[in-house]
Design a protein around this ligand. Structure first.
Ligand code: FES
Length: 123
């Protein structure tokens, strides 16, 4: 089981929630909505970029791999939120970039910090 700690200037304090790893019904956005976390969103389908988050591992081990969805890759590139090196690392080594789309990102079995500014499209 993973813990996800949400942090944002919109929140009085950080909030940690639990996620069952690998369940597609539990994207970070769905977990945020379920826990009334004010994470911006619009399309919920990886296309608008309003749910951008910055993800940091809270563990002392390398990040778990997770391939980007095609929509997530396209939107992160279009919004300038992923470098060429991060894109290569994601495609070749499944290394996740810092910025993700909360509606596309399914938590793995690792403890992470999810930051968001509260401004749509700005992680
Ligand atoms: Fe539109 Fe996530 S809500 S990309």
């Amino acid at each position: 089981m993973a813990t996800i700690t949400f942090s944002s200037p919109l929140m009085e304090k950080d909030l940690t929630v639990y996620a069952v790893a690998g369940e597609t019904a539990h994207s970070v956005l769905k977990l945020a909505k379920k826990n009334k976390i004010p994470l911006p969103f619009e399309c919920e389908d990886g296309e608008c970029g309003s749910c951008v988050i910055k993800v940091t591992s809270l563990e002392d081990k390398p990040r778990m791999s997770q391939a980007l969805t095609e929509k997530e890759r396209h939107t992160l590139v279009a919004e300038g939120l992923i470098t060429k090196q991060e894109l290569k690392d994601a495609e070749v080594a499944d290394m996740p970039p810092a910025y993700r789309l909360a509606c596309q990102f399914i938590p793995r079995d690792e403890d992470i910090l999810v930051r968001f500014s509260g401004e749509p499209g700005v992680g």
